[in-house]
Design a protein around this ligand. Structure first.
Ligand code: 6PG
Length: 251
C-alpha cells in the first residue's frame, strides 16, 4: 500500500471530529474482523479532544468492539496522569472513561516517572508484550492518531531533536527546551512508520502555514518524516488549516 498522503479537508472542526470518529470506527471494524483485535494509538494536544468526545457517543462507540481494543499513546508530558497537561487525562476524560474498554488494555505512558529513560524503556516493553513482537521486530498499530505543532513537530518529535534519527528504540525520553513542559516521552519514527494507518488531525488557521510546508515538503520537518512504509497516511484537516494548501476534497 502506498504512503502518499491522502488529504481530506473538512468544512469545520465539527466535521473533522465526525470524519475522524467514523474513520476510527471503520479501522476498528476492519482490524477486529481481519486480525481479531484493534491496536490504536492516541494523540495528545487539544485537537483530538472533539474527536474523542464524538467517538464516545453511542452512535459511534456502540460500533466498536472495545473488549477487543488496546489503547496506547504517541507521547506524554512529564506530569502525573491527573495533571491538566496530561495527554492521558484528556483522553481518559473525553473517551476512555466513557466507553467499555477494559482498563488492562489501556497503556498510558508514565510521564511523571523521575527516571524518564526507564519510563520509556518500560513502555517499549509494554508495547512488545501487547503486540507479541520479538527483539528487532516493530509493533504494527492498526491506527495511529497524530497532531501537528506549528513548528512541524508531531507526537514529541520536535525539529532538531536527536530522537529524529532513532532507528532502534520504539519509545524515547526527550527534552524539548522550547516546550512548556520540556521533558516528554514519545514513540519514534520506526514505530509510527510501521503502522497500518496513520491519521493526522489538524485544525485552525494558525496551522495553515505549517500544513502547507509539511504537505509540500518544503522542509524536512518531523511531521513530514511520518511516511508509513507499508500503510496508509491520511491528513484530516479543517478548511482553515488547509487554507494555504492548494488541494481539497471538502466534506
Ligand atoms: C503533545 C502532542 C503534540 C500535539 C501537537 C498539536 O503532547 O503536545 O501530542 O504532538 O499533537 O502539539 O497540538 P494541538 O492539537 O494542541 O495543537
Amino acid at each position: 500500500m502506498a504512503s502518499d498522503p491522502n488529504l481530506i479537508v473538512c468544512a469545520d472542526p465539527d466535521a473533522l471530529a465526525e470524519t475522524a470518529a467514523q474513520l476510527i470506527v471503520d479501522a476498528a471494524t476492519e482490524a477486529v474482523t481481519e486480525r481479531g483485535r484493534f491496536m490504536m494509538c492516541l494523540a495528545g494536544g487539544e485537537t483530538p479532544r472533539a474527536t474523542y468526545a464524538r467517538l464516545a457517543l453511542a452512535a459511534y462507540s456502540e460500533r466498536v468492539r472495545w473488549d477487543r481494543t488496546w489503547v496506547f499513546f504517541g507521547d506524554e508530558r512529564a506530569v502525573p496522569p491527573d495533571h491538566p497537561e496530561s495527554n492521558y487525562r484528556m483522553a481518559y476524560e473525553t473517551l476512555l472513561s466513557r466507553v467499555p474498554v477494559p482498563p488492562e488494555q489501556i497503556f498510558r505512558m508514565h510521564g511523571e516517572h523521575a527516571d524518564s529513560d526507564s519510563a520509556a524503556a518500560a513502555y517499549a516493553v509494554a508495547l512488545a508484550e501487547a503486540f507479541g513482537t520479538r527483539r528487532g521486530e516493530l509493533p504494527r498499530f492498526d491506527a495511529v492518531l497524530l497532531g501537528l505543532g506549528v513548528d512541524g513537530h508531531t507526537a514529541s518529535l520536535f525539529p532538531g531533536s536527536p530522537v529524529l534519527r532513532e532507528v532502534f528504540r520504539t519509545v524515547a525520553a526527550v527534552h524539548v527546551a522550547a516546550a512548556q513542559i520540556p521533558q516528554r516521552l514519545t514513540l519514534t519514527f520506526p514505530v509510527l512508520n510501521a503502522a497500518a494507518r496513520v491519521v493526522f488531525l489538524v485544525a485552525g488557521a494558525e496551522k495553515a502555514k505549517i500544513v502547507r510546508a509539511v504537505l509540500s515538503e518544503q522542509a524536512l520537518l518531523p511531521a513530514a518524516l511520518v511516511r508509513p512504509t507499508d500503510g496508509e497516511l491520511v491528513w484530516l484537516t479543517d478548511r482553515a488549516a488547509a487554507g494555504l494548501h492548494p488541494v481539497g476534497e471538502v466534506r
